[in-house]
Structure formats: C-alpha cells, structure tokens
Design a protein around this ligand. Structure first.
Ligand code: PLP
Length: 449
C-alpha cells in the first residue's frame, strides 16, 4: 500500500468532527484511519499493515474484499440495486433457499433483518406471539445486540444504561467451568448444576409465563465459552417439557466460525428459532435474519406477523449472501476453520499458555478462541477487574498496544483477548498472528503477581 498521510489526517479530522461512534466516550477516542483491506489484512495511511485477528467485529469470515463477492455485489447493483420486501426477488429467494438448506432441522423459513440485534428483537417477538407468554430467560454472560429488547436480554454491562424493568427478562447463569457459579470441579458437574439451576429458575418464574429461552450457542463477546456436552440438549428438553420456545443466537457463532456451518451442529441441537447475521455475507452489506421452525411459521400462516423492515431481504445484501455462501462451499472455508483451528490455533495458543503465566485458560474451537488473562493462575484473579476503564484497564491496554506494535490487531474484551481471524486464514497467517501474540503476552506477564 502507498502511504498517504495527508489523506489519512483529513479522514481522521472529519471523523473526529462529525462521526459519533458506538459504545464510546466521544472525546476519548482515537480511531485509526484505515486506507484499505484485503484478505486477512488491513492498512493505514502511513503504510502500516495489520493482520486482523478480529475479523472486524467477528464477521469477515471470508476476509476482506473477496473478489467473487465483490463482483456479485457489482453485478446485483447493475441489475437491481434494491426492491421492496413484499415482492419475490431472485437474490432474496436464492439467499433464503441457501440458508434454509444449511440451517439445522426444520428451520426452513427465513425472515431477513438488517443485522443481529433486530434479528433477536424479531425472534423474541415471534416467541411471545407464538406462546402468548410474556417473559424471556437469558444468560448473564451474553451479548445479543444494541437495541432495546436485544440489549435487555444481554448480560454484559452494556445493558445497564438501557436496563428496562418492563422488558420481561429474567437472567440465569449458563455453564462456565473456569469461573463456575456452581462450585463445580468438572464439566459434568458444571453441566448438571447449570441445568438444575435453569430448571429451578423456570419453576420459580412459572413455566406458563415464559415465552423463550435465548442463548448464544457458543457465547461470543462474553468470552467464547463452548458449553459442556449435554447442556444444550438439556435446555432443549426443558423447552419441550414446558412449551418454551428455544432461541439460539448464532449471529457470531454461525456461518463457519466454530468450524461448522452453525455451532448448533457441534451439539446436535435444533432450536425453534435461530438468529444469524455477520458471517452470512461477511458483513459486505448489512444483513441478518431469523430462521424459523415449521411450527412457528404456521402460527403466522393465516394470521399476519406484526413486524417488518423496509430493507428486509435487501437484494444487494442477499446477493452478497448468495456469493459468500457459494465461496464458503467452493473454497472449503468451514472445513479450513475446523482443520486449522484444531491443528494450528488451538495447539499454538496452548503452547503460548505454557510459557506465559498471564494466560489462565485457553478455550475455543474452529476460528473462535479466547485467552483468559489473569494476575494469578492460582486465584484466577482477572488481569483487570470486571468492566474496568482508564487506569484500572492499563494492563489490557498495554497488551493490546504491544500486539499492534507486533503487527496484529487484537480483539480485547475486559480481561480477555479473543483469537477470531477470518475462517479462511492460511496457516502462515495464523502462525504470524500467534508470534505477535507471543510478544504481546510478554507485556501482560509483567502484571502477574
Ligand atoms: N447477537 C450476538 C451473539 C452478537 O455477537 C451480536 C453482535 O456482536 C449481536 C447479536 C448484534 O448484532 P448487530 O451488531 O448486527 O446488531
């Protein structure tokens, strides 16, 4: 890439003057001006290149600027850039068919949204209307989106500012052995006790008041915690027993991230509703949706579904999904995530953990990994406190700065770094990223007690 610092300075100045950024104190921001991106890399206007170990916000599952998807978007733009949602349109029909072909069980009807949060909003609305019940159960360690209902089912602190006592949401603890809420010593204990806790919660809330249980199949932003074997099957049983709609949120875990088309495939579980976004078209054009079971689709067979969006199934976004799914199938992207996750990323991270005392735990699958950074392996005290900011967050900030210095852009959340490269990253790219993390972890090690 040709450096062009003057353009970079102008881009940055206009951003600082006029762009209001997500989740941020505006005056404390210092966003990098990005000049371009290709494959697993992006670069700034000074000519500095970074390996993207974040896949954007865990969505560029096929990397940046895949030529086949760019061409498909260009072709669709030339033919039919947009068309209203009430019509049958080729790109929309084909995207729905390809998605339904891959979703588990009888999730064969697709309601398209513009992203993940609105997919969650609609899934929960469908569940409430289908059951006629008011409440939703969700997990504390979760993220489901930034709109009012989606952020209220979210567990993490981003909920607090928008917490609404009327949202009809009850939260519970899902399994997470490393920081067990159940005093468990094994995955089997954690699983059994988490299920017992969930069933007690259902009983005390009143099964006849609960419309849905919503879970990320593998919780993502909250820490990439693959559930123990049997947990999701247990939740499925409760949903069947009590007439509750089981919603799996696969906005982050879906479309290859875990080394399967959907994380639900890892656990052989079929929800009643499944949300998706991000990887469906690698975010080249905004798109999300809900995959709907036959039974719930039938509820809205003769009775209208009271919800919609101007851009539901936008042809440009759907053409990008058709091309992305095609590329993923032709190029073995899902298989690549599974194979290199198992042969390179997992072993590489475990090897780093052996040498770096700041690493408390390594967990994940496919291209979906987290390192839990701690002050002490013995006490498991997080490297920074829960929801730390400013000075209290200095160790994680120093880790992130060191990773960037070493050429990799890291995903950092609280006391964790997530390793979430594109699902089609090569072995050489992954090795390059692991070497950069090695250097950055030496900085984190300085804070170990
Ligand atoms: N659900 C999950 C599991 C997510 O990870 C996200 C975003 O990170 C969302 C929902 C919200 O998606 P969006 O930001 O597209 O609204």
């Amino acid at each position: 890439p040709q450096p062009n610092p003057e353009v970079g300075a102008a881009v940055k100045a206009a951003d600082r003057a006029h762009v209001f950024h997500s989740w941020s104190a505006q005056e404390l921001l210092d966003p990098l001006a990005v000049a371009g991106a290709e494959g697993s890399y992006f670069w700034d206007y000074d000519g500095r290149r970074y390996l993207d170990f974040t896949s954007g916000l865990v969505y560029t599952n096929i990397g940046y600027q895949h030529p086949k998807v760019v061409a498909a978007i260009q072709e669709q733009a030339a033919r039919m850039t947009t068309f209203a949602p009430a019509f049958a349109v080729e790109a929309r029909s084909e995207a729905a068919r390809l998605i339904a072909e891959r979703t588990p069980g009888d999730l064969d009807k697709i309601f398209f949204t513009n992203g993940g949060a609105d997919a969650v909003e609609h899934a929960l609305r469908m569940a409430r209307l289908h059951t006629g019940r008011p409440k939703v159960l969700s997990a504390y360690r979760s993220y489901h989106g930034g709109t009012q209902q989606a952020v209220n089912v979210t567990g993490d602190p981003r909920r607090w500012a928008s917490d609404s006592g009327t949202a009809g949401v009850v939260r519970f603890w899902a399994p997470f052995l490393y920081r067990s809420r159940f005093y468990a010593g094994t995955e089997e204990q954690e699983c059994a006790r988490a299920l017992e806790h969930l069933e007690t919660t259902i009983s005390f809330e009143g099964p006849s008041t609960i419309a849905a249980i919503v879970l990320e199949t593998v919780p993502g932003t909250a820490g990439i915690m693959p559930p123990p074997a049997g947990y999701l099957a247990g939740v499925r049983e409760f949903c069947d027993k009590y007439g509750i709609v089981f919603v799996l949120d696969e906005v982050m875990a879906g479309f290859g991230r875990t080394g399967r088309w959907f994380a639900a495939d890892l656990y052989d579980v079929v929800p009643d509703l499944m949300t998706f976004a991000k990887g469906v078209n690698s975010g080249y054009v905004p798109l999300g949706g809900v995959a709907i079971s036959g039974e719930i689709a039938d509820t809205f067979g003769k009775r209208p579904y009271p919800g919609g969006l101007t851009y539901s199934g936008h042809p440009l976004a759907c053409a990008a999904a058709v091309a992305t799914i095609g590329v993923m199938a032709q190029e073995g992207v899902v298989e690549n995530a599974a194979a290199l996750g198992a042969s390179v990323v997992g072993p590489g991270l475990r090897e780093l953990a052996q040498r770096h005392p700041s690493v408390g735990e390594v967990r994940g699958t496919g291209m979906f990994w987290a390192l839990e950074l701690v002050r002490s392996r013995e006490t498991r005290e997080p490297l920074v406190p829960y929801n730390a900011a400013g000075e209290a967050n200095a160790p994680m900030a120093a880790f992130a700065a060191a990773a960037k210095e070493a050429g990799v852009w890291p995903f950092v959340n609280m006391n964790r770094t997530h390793v979430v490269p594109p699902c089609n990253a090569s072995e050489a790219e992954l090795e390059e990223g692991l070497a950069a993390l090695d250097a950055a972890l030496s900085v984190a090690d300085r804070y170990v007690e």
